[in-house]
Design a protein around this ligand. Structure first.
Ligand code: GDP
Ligand code: MG
Length: 319
């Protein structure tokens, strides 16, 4: 299998989109095949690419903005990969289909590759697979990789924050500071886009955001707060400028190396978590597990003792 994974990597690098799609499926599925494929892709291949996480509440305009950014990047001759991580609709697929239709104008562009990662696995799996999918796209020569995630939970926020630049998309009238802080989005934003700037409440939202960011104290990078109307392609040039500025800032300040190390640390942690979860599933199944559940239920054992026995492994249970 290692040979075919390596062959997929080579074909994907040579511009074979079918091979790239298959390779991404392998990476999403995880396991030995993914390991074999990724072993031939050193982490450093991603160094040439710039990854932008785009996050915010459902309906904020992330997909529309992403689509605009793709168009602007293409105008500049860049090759663009898009990963849409939207686990909120794994069953209906409605939102995914909508995103696909919207991005139709890029569908025939050989220098744009759009991939939805919504349909597979649980969030932990997505957290593991996303940086690896980014690496695959980087290896295939996509210089900009946009990762759209719904910023509603811890894991989604983590996925977005694993990018080189994180864009937080909000709307006019978007809650107060407490709500923003609760969502964990204030801390991770390198650039804020107040999208739907054609709507009422714009000035107040921009003002509140700037005030809250100022409260966060002096930092080497002050996140700009930009106004966009994604449906009208307004403010998107400025947004792309901000992304380039942030990139230049990180490259000059030495922040990039630290950020990428943190990303690798997160990735390793996700991998370890993944394998521990599998181990837990193994421990917590079978007759021995059933027996311990019964013992806790009838009071002859307690949960802590039972858990300790279980995590000491199946070997002892067999004796
Ligand atoms: N009025 C207005 N509507 C927008 C704007 N940007 C996006 N929309 C609309 O908001 C809805 C949600 O957009 P979408 O990009 O799917 O949001 P996502 O869920 O964050 O990806 C769609 O109907 C868009 O057409 C904007 O700047 N102004
Ligand atoms: Mg979307």
């Amino acid at each position: 299998m290692a040979a075919s994974a390596a062959a997929l990597v080579v074909a994907a690098r040579d511009g074979d989109r079918g091979a790239l799609a298959r390779l991404l499926s392998v990476v999403e599925a995880g396991g030995d095949d993914a390991r074999a494929a990724l072993a031939t892709l050193p982490v450093a291949v991603a160094d040439g690419a710039w990854t932008v996480g785009i996050t915010g509440a459902p309906g904020a305009g992330k997909s529309t903005l992403t689509d605009d950014l793709v168009a602007h990047l293409r105008d500049g001759g860049e090759r663009v990969g898009v990963l849409a991580v939207d686990p909120s609709s794994p069953f209906t697929g409605g939102a995914i289909l909508g995103d696909r239709v919207r991005m139709q104008r890029h569908a025939t562009d050989p220098d744009v590759f759009i991939r939805s990662m919504a349909t597979r696995g649980h969030l932990g799996g997505l957290a593991r697979a996303t940086p690896q999918a980014v690496r695959v796209l980087a290896a295939a020569g996509y210089g900009w990789i946009l990762v759209e995630t719904v910023g509603v939970g811890q894991v989604e926020v983590e996925i977005a924050a694993a990018a080189d630049t994180t864009v937080v998309v909000v709307n006019p009238g978007w809650g107060d500071g407490v709500q923003a802080a609760k969502a964990g989005l204030l801390e991770i934003g390198d650039v804020f886009a107040v999208n739907k700037a054609d709507r009422a409440g714009l000035a107040a939202t921009v003002h509140d955001l700037r005030a809250m960011l100022e409260l966060a104290g002096a930092r080497s990078w002050t996140p700009p707060v930009l106004e966009t109307v994604a449906t009208d392609d307004r403010g998107v040039d400025a947004l792309l400028d901000a992304l380039r500025h942030h990139r230049a800032h990180l490259e000059c300040s030495g922040g990039l190396a630290a950020r990428r190390e943190r990303r690798i640390a997160d990735e390793l942690r996700a991998l370890v978590l993944d394998s521990l979860t599998k181990q837990a599933d193994d421990f917590c199944s079978g007759p021995r597990f059933a027996t311990l559940v019964r013992q806790v239920a009838d009071g002859t054992s307690d949960p802590y003792t039972a858990a300790t026995l279980l995590s000491e492994g199946a070997d002892r249970g067999a004796t």
